[in-house]
Design a protein around this ligand. Structure first.
Ligand code: ATP
Ligand code: CA
Ligand code: CA
Length: 394
């Protein structure tokens, strides 16, 4: 399919920022010296050390000369992230090649409402998201618990974080750009035909795109969903157990506003099923499923099946009786799919701004329909919904 995003070439407004980011990461990945074990001393989480590395264009004792503007660079908890990368089986050389190789990054046209920018590495493996100061604060705060959680549950669905950095531009405006490097959940050989960002709330949870513009790169939402996902029984049980654990963790960290991101690859043989594709693509026809012969080949090549990655499943098509119904009625029509899913956007805590958002929106709308609610309610509503749109295949 069409590749997502715009390649950042010379002349792009964020070209220098990309160079800074690549220089910084190249500098960071080699250090500190690799830790032998996955056990971390509590001091590794100490984020108070104010270490800025200066990158003058002419180079310095520790930094190479470069073509970009002068900037400063900071790594947050480098040893923790290094250990996380090891835990997530990321090879340092591959990591560096993905992000800092000769190929440019691609900038996505703001997929979220928050104002963050998103970048994809040329090989689609990593997603880089710029962050608000408050999100950095949340990640720093939850890092020990996050580390413990992902270390304990290897099938966890929460976003994998690989690094947290800051670029400070020198000169009169000392602008800071903070960003996190995470795994791209939808990095796969098989074509993703549809993607859904699911929260379990209804207010505003429908795409604002006209139907003719919806394609594989459109992020669809709760009220756009016209399926129930049916997983094999043992995978479904694993799924429920893991969603419960992940939500408990997020609730304890007072996080809300997260989503389950689901990517769907339709398999070829459901093409002849009648009227299954209710969503025409940009050409007005059903989603293009012709490349799916490849997906079988690629899937059989893949040896490991992990929760949320390459999951063979069936979708049962549903119909809504009204516009605000969250889960439609099952129709008894099925399609074979491969699913990819995980929990994203986990750095919003229930702070004063979210409490205010809740307060003013609840004057106008049903307070249980809006996204901003207390973390306990959020997690409950999220699970209620997820356990209705996912079920076992029997
Ligand atoms: P908002 O707070 O308004 O929801 P945001 O700027 O915080 O927006 P996210 O919700 O984190 O943005 O992400 C926006 C979209 O980007 C998601 O719906 C999803 O399509 C894509 N996305 C985010 N994180 C990932 C990821 N790790 N892998 C793949 N896609 C992702
Ligand atoms: Ca979001
Ligand atoms: Ca967000």
């Amino acid at each position: 399919g069409k590749r997502q995003g715009v390649t950042i070439c010379k002349g792009h407004k964020n070209y220098e920022l990309m160079l800074n980011l690549q220089l910084g990461i190249r500098h960071s990945v080699g250090r500190p010296a690799p830790s032998k074990s996955l056990k971390l001393k509590p001091t590794a989480f100490d984020t108070e050390q104010k270490l800025w590395t200066r990158f003058p264009p002419e180079g310095s004792k520790h930094t190479p000369p470069h073509q970009s503007c002068e900037f400063k660079w900071k790594d947050y908890c480098p040893l923790v992230f290094k250990t996380l990368r090891k835990l997530f089986n990321v090879d340092p050389a591959d990591y560096m090649l993905s992000i800092c190789g000769n190929d440019a990054l691609r900038e996505l046209s703001s997929p979220g409402k928050s104002g963050s920018f998103f970048y994809l590495t040329h090989d689609d493996k990593y997603m880089i998201k710029t962050m608000k100061k408050s999100e950095v604060k949340v990640l720093k705060r939850m890092l020990p618990a996050y580390y413990e959680h992902v270390n304990t549950f290897e099938n966890t669905l929460v976003t994998k974080f690989f690094g947290l950095h800051c670029v400070k531009l020198s000169g009169p405006i000392q602008k800071k750009v903070r960003f996190v490097i995470m795994g791209n959940l939808l990095c796969t050989e098989v074509p993703i035909h549809r993607r859904y960002d699911l929260k379990g709330s209804t207010h505003g949870r429908i795409t604002d795109k006209p139907e003719t513009e919806i394609d594989a790169n459109t992020t669809l939402k709760d009220l756009d969903l016209k399926f129930i996902f049916r997983l094999q029984k043992d995978w479904f049980e694993e799924f429920c157990s893991q969603v419960n654990k992940d939500c408990d963790f997020l609730e304890q960290e007072r996080i809300m506003d997260y989503s389950l991101l689901v990517g769907i690859s339709f398999q070829e043989h459901n093409r002849q099923a009648p009227e299954v594709n209710t969503e025409p693509d940009s050409t007005g026809t059903t989603p293009n499923l012709t490349t799916d012969v490849d997906s079988h080949v690629n899937l059989s090549k893949c040896t490991c099946l992990r929760l949320g990655i390459n999951m063979p499943a069936r979708v049962e098509f549903t119909v809504r009786s009204n516009d605000t119904q969250l889960v439609g009625e099952p129709t008894g029509q099925f399609g074979d799919v491969i699913l990819f899913f995980g929990i994203i956007d986990i750095l919003q805590d229930y702070d004063i701004s979210k409490k205010l958002e809740h307060a003013y929106k609840s004057f106008q709308y049903d307070s249980t329909s809006i996204s901003a609610v207390d973390p306990r309610l959020y997690s409950k509503r999220f699970k209620d919904f997820i356990f209705r749109v996912f079920s076992d295949d029997s």
